[in-house]
Write a protein that binds this ligand. Structure first.
Ligand code: SF4
Ligand code: SF4
Ligand code: SF4
Length: 321
């Protein structure tokens, strides 16, 4: 299997992080990892409750004024197959063997949503050299300011979830991703994907409450009926359902320093396309690397040296007049 340009950049970035950890043993991080904000907002997605109806995708498009995405040219309906500059939330399907059994790894299937995880200590914010991406210090939403963006796309390379997308087809391209419907939160509302999810597979709320709800579900006896809140974690609207097995893992509780989007499932998250991440945030380490390298002007000299070498290599025998 070939190495894509994006993978190459990620490997380079990973190598850079290894370099950072090896540059000076015992070197203090530029800053400690960021803690969870006490009033942070987020979403709990429970794959065992999801029926794959994609109402969350439709609502996301409508309330964020996103255009249809045509995977099959000529189609008139929205048919994305992955996240793009036109699609910031997608429901995907895992299937195995006969695919007969819901939420089973073998001969089963599971739905999974992919959208911005709103990391506690976001690598995209850390990598952005011009603070076009910022984290709201109350809600924890990772926002974007198009006026600051210089289009370097470092955020795309830094994000471990492959979330930010670039508007390649626009004259003045922007980075596009889910902003947790912060325009709706600012008006006392909440994420459209949760408001229109009919089953309660996606619920909105304070992350601390979402974590408690996720732990409650993991402790429920399989086969018994239990009430599951719909739309919001603190909603009076609850749907009774028979509890099905869960993996004992709340994805996002710890991964990469934690995320404000939390997920439950009964199929291993790596099979659902989510990365396996160490519990430590990499954002502090990457900032240490940038600070260390730029402090000694190592990067500019290395880049200049590389450029001179390439020019020399490509012009040997073709000296300029
Ligand atoms: S998932 Fe990616 S884009 Fe979203 S906050 Fe985390 S690093 Fe940034
Ligand atoms: S929070 Fe809003 S922008 Fe994000 S996936 Fe849900 S509907 Fe889309
Ligand atoms: S709206 Fe809810 S049930 Fe339907 S696909 Fe989205 S998360 Fe799943």
């Amino acid at each position: 299997m070939g190495l894509s340009r994006r993978d190459f950049l990620k490997v380079s970035a990973g190598g850079g992080l290894m370099l950072a950890s090896n540059l000076a043993p015992g070197t203090a991080l530029a800053r400690p990892p960021a803690p969870r904000l006490p009033e942070a907002k987020g979403i709990l997605f429970d794959a065992t409750v999801c029926i794959g109806c994609k109402a969350c995708m439709t609502a996301c498009k409508e309330y964020n004024k996103l255009p249809p995405d045509h995977y099959h040219p000529g189609e008139i309906w929205d048919d994305p197959i992955d996240l793009s500059a036109k699609t910031v939330n997608i429901v995907k399907l895992y299937s195995n063997g006969t695919a007969h059994n819901k939420d089973q790894e073998i001969n089963g299937y599971s739905f999974i949503r992919r959208f911005c995880m709103h990391c506690v200590d976001p690598a995209c914010v850390s990598a952005c050299p011009v603070t076009a991406l910022t984290k709201d210090m109350k809600t924890g939403v990772v926002r974007y300011n198009k006026d600051n963006c210089i289009g370097c796309r470092y955020c795309q390379i830094a994000c471990p979830y492959n979330i930010p997308k670039f508007q390649w087809d626009q004259a003045f391209p922007q980075i596009v991703k889910c902003y947790l419907c912060d325009h709706r939160i600012a008006q006392g509302g909440y994420s459209a994907c949760c408001e229109f999810c009919p089953t309660g597979a996606s619920i909105f709320g304070n992350v601390q409450d979402l974590l408690k709800e996720a732990k409650r579900r993991l402790a429920l006896p399989v086969g018994r009926f239990a009430d599951y809140p719909v739309q919001r974690v603190d909603s009076a609207h609850k749907a009774p359902r028979q509890v099905t097995p869960y993996l004992n893992h709340i994805y996002g509780e710890k991964e990469g320093g934690g995320t404000q989007v939390l997920m439950l499932a009964n199929v291993p998250f790596t099979k659902l396309g989510l990365p396996q991440l160490a519990p430590e945030s990499q954002a502090g380490a990457s900032e240490t690397l940038y600070h260390t390298l730029y402090k000694g002007m190592i990067v500019p000299y290395v880049v200049l040296g590389g450029l001179f070498y390439l020019i020399y290599k490509n012009t040997t025998g073709h000296e300029l007049p």
